[in-house]
Design a protein. Structure first.
Length: 419
């Protein structure tokens, strides 16, 4: 449907004077009358960003997001009306007004992981995507104990080539991160790559395993060859318990061969083959990982990644709320009440609170802010997802702690009175 000359002229005028709120609202009104609701919402949102208290803009927004009225005489063969698209309406309201929190100082942000690098940075002809690490540990909110252990046991030797040469330390290493799901192990691996100034390759089990005999081993070989060509490179192996499961518990010959190939690649064809390749692996079930993978020279260091501490929770909540229309949010109070929540749990909490405010806005026909009551109401129905993991890990830490591998976990369980 072609636009009227008046709408086209007003579009040109708004582009020339984007801060003219009355002009923008006039255009939004015409767009709404013409049935162009999405365009109208975009202009009303832009007006509210400039004048959050503008009553005319608020009324237009409420009209735009309200469900359409039923037709007085529907056609008999017309299809049944679909349900209201709550997610789309939530996205439309997310940029209406800037965020407003109880505290003036901003909580530490936890930004999204960096996007994959452009094709120029990737290895030509490679099946594996190579990224340029830009995230640093400073971008990770809280989790100070994890950062200190990473710095002392892994990063410091890598950053000091003179001392490394003096003490004969090879520029290779392996670290196994374990802990409950949704606690940021992948993000920490990206931060390690950024700290080392290295490239980053993230690989999951679906990227390696193949139904054809020999294909999985070939995929592993190509993976490590790509990492070596792009060194220094952090190679992150997610779900290592599935890729490197205990061979004594694996019945399929092809899977045992895959584990053997992984061991071969970790050792390198010769002593210096993996120079500059730092292998990081993550698992929720370290007790299912083949013990040979944790021998010296392979994944010989373990790091427990626990649910985010209070500063980290505050930062994660701020990150997931900062681009939504919020008012009067007490981040410190929420962080105290979400002890034991994973990062994924906190994201779900913010989504649930936004849904409550969205449903109320559609029901009343008036857009409103996400308030503290929405978050507290959602919190009453959400429980941390880490509980089942700690139940399983407690038994392993108590009765199968061979060589003290889970001493750090035992300390945490005692501190939290889970033993």
């Amino acid at each position: 449907m072609s636009e009227s000359p008046l709408i086209m002229s007003l579009r040109t005028a708004v582009e020339a004077a984007p801060d003219d709120v009355p002009l923008r609202l006039h255009l939004a009104q015409l767009l709404l009358d013409a049935g162009l609701g999405q365009d109208a919402i975009a202009h009303v949102a832009a007006a509210l960003q400039r004048e959050p208290g503008n009553t005319e803009a608020q009324a237009l927004m409420a009209r735009a997001v309200a469900p359409p009225a039923a037709a007085p005489a529907p056609v008999p063969d017309a299809p049944a009306p679909t349900s209201y698209d709550w997610k789309r309406a939530e996205n439309e309201l997310s940029d209406v007004v800037p965020p407003a929190f109880v505290r003036e100082e901003e909580a530490a942000e936890v930004p999204h992981p960096p996007l994959a690098a452009d094709g120029d940075d990737a290895d030509d002809g490679s099946l594996w995507e190579v990224e340029t690490g830009s995230v640093k540990l400073a971008d990770v909110g809280g989790m100070y104990e994890v950062k200190e252990r990473l710095e002392a046991a892994f990063l410091a030797p890598m950053r000091n080539p003179e001392l490394r040469k003096l003490y004969g330390k090879s520029l290779r290493g392996g670290l196994l991160m374990y802990g409950p799901p949704g606690c940021g192990k992948t993000y920490i691996a990206r931060a390690v790559a950024g700290e080392l100034g290295a490239r980053f390759m993230s690989v999951s089990i679906s990227d390696v395993l193949d139904m054809w005999i020999g294909s999985s081993e070939r995929n592993l070989r190509q993976l490590f060859e790509t990492a070596r060509r792009n060194s220094p490179c952090v190679l992150f192996l997610d779900e290592i318990d599935a890729l490197g499961a205990k061979r004594s518990q694996v019945r399929h010959t092809g899977m045992r061969n895959t584990v053997n190939q992984l061991l071969t690649e970790l050792d390198g064809v010769n002593g210096s083959a993996n120079e500059g390749v730092f292998v990081l692996a993550a698992t929720n079930h370290p007790w299912d990982v083949d013990t040979a993978l944790r021998r010296p020279g392979r994944l010989d260091r373990m790091l427990l990644v626990l649910p985010p501490d209070q500063p980290a929770r505050e930062g994660i909540l701020h990150h997931h709320l900062k681009d939504r229309p919020v008012a009067g949010i007490d981040l410190a109070k929420l962080a105290k009440r979400t002890d034991g929540f994973s990062g994924a749990d906190l994201q779900h909490l913010c989504e649930s609170a936004a849904e409550r405010a969205l449903l109320d806005s559609v029901r009343t026909g008036r857009a409103r802010m996400i308030e503290m009551a929405d978050l507290l109401g959602a919190l009453d129905h959400i429980r941390p997802s880490t509980g089942p993991w700690f139940s399983s890990a407690r038994n392993v830490a108590q009765f199968a702690n061979e060589g003290g591998a889970y001493d750090e976990l035992l300390v945490y369980l005692k501190r939290k009175k889970m033993l």
